[in-house]
Design a protein around this ligand. Sequence first.
Ligand SMILES: NC(=O)c1ccc[n+]([C@@H]2O[C@H](COP(=O)([O-])OP(=O)(O)OC[C@H]3O[C@@H](n4cnc5c(N)ncnc54)[C@H](OP(=O)(O)O)[C@@H]3O)[C@@H](O)[C@H]2O)c1
Length: 357
Amino acid sequence: MNEREAMARALDLAWRGWGRVQPNPLVGAVVLQGEEPVGEGWHPEFGERHAETVALAGAGERARGATMVVTLEPCAHQGKQPACTEAIIRSGIRRVVAALRDPNPIAARGTELLREAGVEVELGPLSEAAAAQNAIFLHSIAAAGRPFVALKLATTLDGRIADGYGRSRWISGQQGREYVQWLRAGFDAIAVGGRTARLDDPSLTVRGPVQPRIPPRRVVFDRAADLGPQLTLIRTARETPTVVVVSPQAEPGRVKRLEAAGVTVLRSGSPAEALRSLRDSGIGSLLVEGGGQLAGALLGAGLVDRYYWLQAPLWLGDDAVPAVAGLPARALDQASRWHVVERRSLGEDTLLVVDRS
Ligand SMILES: NC(=O)c1ccc[n+]([C@@H]2O[C@H](COP(=O)([O-])OP(=O)(O)OC[C@H]3O[C@@H](n4cnc5c(N)ncnc54)[C@H](OP(=O)(O)O)[C@@H]3O)[C@@H](O)[C@H]2O)c1
């Protein structure tokens, strides 16, 4: 295994912390003795051991003179865990290859400390993939004032998200739906528009293989506060925290009824303002699962950072619900082109993940 292959392996390992480590970053590490991997690790759980120390423990004495390949620069900071730089220096590692610099000012200076101790450090291999993997963490450090916002839609070949009757179960296949359950586990909150809440009556809980350390909150954007008490999201608001974003003009009686059901009501004049309030309430990442009007409003306001597009091989035609509604028109030469992060098949469906450039 060469260093690049080891980095790809470290990135794979890092995913094992998905849903469990936030607000920490996902990190994976491999110790290479020559071309032989002699230890590997990942950050498994918030507050628990870092990937580097797990990999070093696996390598034992074979870490001496070896190379540590890690997806994020080793931390130089004693927090819940001791500084990784110290463990690396003590172990006799000769060279460290890290994909990304740690942008967290508290943990930074790892490279400098390692170099001062005579360890060779290279930064950069597979840095784009590492940055995409830790987009939520990087966004939180950049202090953007709003959550990292990802939009996820399952569409037909003609860009529809439901038929003319508003039925969308199911456009994607089994594997696509399982992927969405996995995806939810890594976000602080899951959001839908009011019409989706009424028509689909979703629960927006995580029912996949990863049990998130903190179950995501649920958010409904419904300016008129027109959500009946029989809807699952409202009925279960005391079990899974639920926020409804309403306009400042929403009818007070409706707002009171929502609050009486245990819902937190957020009055806000625009999606941007709502997102700032959600950030202030501790939501650092939001997965928006449609529908098309909410998607259009957020995209139009430049508030979407990533799009998870599940495309299923069927057609629904003209009366069906468009995936994105109300997006202002752009001339081709001014259209924003997004950056491809991932592309793969999920059974019959195709997953495309793109980031705003
Ligand atoms: N295939 C999929 O991935 C998928 C995902 C989700 C939903 N769906 C389907 O999509 C359909 C619903 O989608 P939809 O596009 O009709 O509705 P939607 O986006 O779910 O909800 C639209 C509602 O959101 C409210 N809203 C709140 N803030 C808004 C804002 N800033 N801008 C625009 N709207 C805002 C609006 O109600 P107010 O004007 O009262 O605020 C509007 O009526 C359903 O049939 C559902 O089954 C499919």
